[in-house]
Design a protein around this ligand. Structure first.
Ligand code: OGA
Ligand code: NI
Length: 380
């Protein structure tokens, strides 16, 4: 999860002729995002967006993707209400969560036309005149809807090639008036379906952990929803920058919808694997907190998005984490999963503490997992 509260101080950095803070401020003041750079005819990636070589590991010069044959698992959820078929679905989810921490699901119950209209509305938002969308540009975290480029623009060392929309559902109740007309039908319709899917996944993943189906629901770990949508414009020099830097999500679970323009990669067996778009599929990403409460049974894995000449890529993510009343309560490895052969791997922590560390350490922003900070036993 790379979507962050408003920054505090800006960083002035490096080089006698380069004032990063000034360039960041000027870019921010355009309120036109990366799409604005492209629209103005920019043929070179500005320095603000140029990543150091260590971030660009294995970004091939044509950035047409990875060379491996590995494929992210696709799980068919059809029939998961039928007791016999349900067992197969639970087994598939367990295997995928233990080995990949990242999988696509099909026949998940969200209608294709609902998914398509959300993706289309996001595209339309970014492709309207700058003056119109600029009205919504904001870094004020109190807003229920906002548009911005690089939530961490003034904190991270280098910017990424994308613009973002954020829809907050902190108390479950959507605030229709807070969002542009374009989204009033689509996003709330999508959110209703996501809520249902979250319920099914919560039960299935509880069972996959060997717990009662209501377990994850009862601990209220996924009651808050934040829908974040990224728009990745085409990039003239994709080998110099990234759409999203490698990171793992500081959530329990993330549900991701993507359009047909790829670019998303996941780290598996020490290689970057392309997550090829599958029509109608939703991606499920195990977050850091799920790894923590499952005591390392389920894996939260690194992923990233390449900048590409083809595009635009549009993604719509739903980040799931504890609700307002549970955010500051501690969560630790689930007791039922512990015994003398399975000691707790992590100390207890709250979402507020965890996310605070994610931001303040700078690690979350620069692609390093912050889970090790909470670890009390070495991984097996
Ligand atoms: C994220 C993320 C991937 C994408 O925002 O945490 O992983 O496809 N995004 O936008
Ligand atoms: Ni992510």
């Amino acid at each position: 999860m790379q979507t962050l509260p408003s920054p505090g101080e800006s960083i002035t950095c490096s080089g006698p002729h380069y004032d990063r803070a000034k360039e960041a401020k000027e870019f921010d003041e355009t309120k036109a995002g990366v799409k604005g750079l492209i629209d103005s005819g920019m043929a070179k990636v500005p320095r603000l967006f140029i990543h150091p070589p260590q971030n660009l590991r294995d970004v091939s010069s044509d950035t047409e993707g990875s060379a491996t044959d590995l494929k992210v698992p696709i799980i068919d959820m059809m029939g998961c209400q039928d007791s016999r078929l349900r067992r197969d679905v639970v087994d598939d989810l367990r295997r995928a969560s233990e080995t990949w921490g990242f999988f696509q699901i099909i026949n998940h119950g969200i209608p294709v036309d609902v998914m398509d209209s959300v993706l289309e509305a996001v595209k339309q938002f970014h492709e309207q005149p700058e003056g119109v969308k600029g009205e919504w540009y904001s870094r004020d975290d109190a807003r229920k809807f906002r548009y911005y480029s690089n939530g961490d623009l003034f904190l991270s060392k280098v910017a990424t090639w994308k613009d973002t929309l954020l829809f907050d559902f902190p108390f479950g109740e959507p605030d229709r008036e807070a969002v542009p007309l374009l989204f009033r039908e689509t996003v709330f319709e999508y959110e209703k379906h996501v809520e249902k899917l979250k319920g099914s996944l919560s039960e299935l993943l509880s069972e996959a952990l060997g717990l009662d189906s209501g377990y994850l629901g009862d601990i209220e770990c996924m009651d808050s929803k934040r829908i974040v949508s990224h728009y990745y414009p085409t990039c003239p020099e994709p080998e110099l920058t990234l759409g999203t830097i490698n990171h793992s999500d500081a959530t329990y679970l993330t549900l991701l919808l993507q359009n047909h323009n790829g670019g998303l990669q996941v780290r598996h067996q020490n290689q970057w694997v392309d997550v090829s778009p599958v029509p109608g599929a939703i991606l499920v990403i195990i977050g850091d907190f799920m790894q923590l409460v499952s005591n390392d049974k389920f894996k939260s894995v690194e992923h990233r998005v390449l900048a590409r000449r083809a595009g635009p890529r549009v993604s719509v993510l739903c980040f799931l984490f504890p609700g307002e009343t549970r955010k500051s309560k501690p969560y630790g490895p689930i007791k039922e999963l512990l015994d003398e052969n399975n000691p707790p791997m992590y100390r207890e922590t709250s979402f507020t503490e965890y996310f605070g560390y994610y931001l303040s350490s700078g690690n979350g922003l620069n692609g390093e997992s912050v889970l090790p900070h909470f670890r009390v036993s070495e991984p097996k």
